[in-house]
Design a binder for this molecule. Structure first.
Ligand code: SF4
Length: 367
């Protein structure tokens, strides 16, 4: 089946593109299955449509982290301990828990000598040392793009810089990055907080950011830092990752064409929350939903176009569920809007590659 679908050129700036520039591409199986479902009795099927944003959902770091847990379970058998949520999505965590993963908040909860996986958000050196003290067998699922920020923090600290880490204090990623150089690092979350920063040498200050921030918010905070510390230096390339950026750009491109933007993701997912903010900042109503059950039918009143996207840790099955729900509410036209292609993949960490090759009953094909 063919359906009008937009495939927009890659762009680094969020200039809206008209729907008339759409070209025809093959509709996803998700869409086809949903169209077969039929609208709810009594619902009008006229003119109500869903814009399904692409890229959406899983990023390379999340795919890798989930693969690592699945491979570890297949290779070593349950239980496998995981420090914190492997990614910030309750569906993913529950699914892995059913397969035998045990999620813990602290390394102390892992029995001595057992195997533990660090989440995609990374850990501080103190957590690594604690694991060593407890003789744990560690598998590191930290996203390579988070590791990049850790390396930058260590480098700047060694060069004698005071560090300003832009991000959310209560986020697992910030806890890990802050731990690389806690004595010289301060966390700021808003441009206003920049005003109260004090450093020993204002001429030797560096900044880094969390990987999942709002591009606009980070830009404003960096601008405030540059005004306060004119000689401030930053990372070679921005720390906000490609997946966070691409999903925000997709929302920016489409929000003006929609009455409502639904973002599939869990409440503790930073990049998902930012997608809601991006839409709201463009004056398009937006809600973060774990799944279709979280949709309030009142949100759809008077709405003719709903844009649907998903945070980097939200699985496609939940998006399918939302599209199906909307179809039953009369949103029978589904257009996939591809703002840019995304083909990033990360390799597995050496400890799991080595474990697979040395395990007698390894079965990577099962992943
Ligand atoms: S959102 Fe970005 S930093 Fe986080 S896991 Fe995905 S690719 Fe890595």
């Amino acid at each position: 089946m063919w359906k009008g679908v937009c495939q927009w050129l890659p762009r680094r700036r969020s200039v809206p593109v008209e729907l008339s520039r759409c070209i025809l591409v093959d509709v996803t199986a998700t869409t086809i299955d949903t169209l077969h479902a039929g609208p709810e009795t009594g619902q009008s099927a006229t003119d109500k449509r869903v814009l399904l944003l692409k890229p959406r959902g899983f990023c390379a770091g999340v795919v890798r982290a989930i693969d690592i847990v699945k491979i570890a379970l297949d290779t070593f058998g349950a239980p496998i301990y995981v420090r914190k949520e492997i990614v910030h999505n309750s569906f993913v965590v529950n699914e892995l828990a059913e397969k035998g993963a045990i999620f813990v908040e602290d390394i102390d909860q892992v029995p001595e000598g057992q195997r533990v996986i660090y989440s995609a958000h990374g850990v501080s050196p103190a957590v690594r040392q604690h694991s060593k003290d407890r003789k744990l067998k560690v598998i590191d699922a930290t996203c390579p793009l988070v590791t990049k920020v850790h390396v930058e923090a260590v480098k700047f600290a060694k060069q004698g810089y005071s560090l300003v880490l832009i991000g959310h204090r209560d986020h697992d990623e910030i806890e890990g990055t802050l731990g690389e150089a806690p004595d010289v690092t301060q966390v700021v979350s808003t441009a206003e907080e920049v005003q109260s920063l004090e450093v020993p040498d204002p001429e030797r200050v560096a900044y880094l950011t969390q990987t999942t921030l709002s591009l606009d918010e980070a830009r404003d905070i960096i601008q405030a830092l540059k005004i306060k510390f004119p000689k401030i230096v930053g990372p070679h390339s921005q720390d906000i990752c490609y997946a966070t950026e691409n999903r925000q750009i997709a929302v920016k491109n489409v929000a003006h064409s929609a009455d409502l933007v639904l973002v599939v993701g869990s409440t503790n997912s930073s990049n998902s929350n930012r997608l809601v903010e991006v839409s709201q900042n463009l004056s398009t109503r937006s809600y973060l939903i774990d799944n279709s059950a979280a949709i309030n039918p009142a949100w759809l009143e008077g709405v003719s176009t709903v844009a649907v996207t998903a945070g980097a840790s939200a699985p496609e099955v939940l998006v399918e569920d939302v599209v199906k729900y909307l179809h039953q509410k009369g949103f029978t036209s589904v257009e996939e809007v591809e703002v840019m292609p995304e083909n990033v993949r990360f390799g597995l960490p050496p400890e799991i590659v080595q474990a697979i090759s040395s395990a007698p009953a390894a079965s990577p094909a099962a992943v």
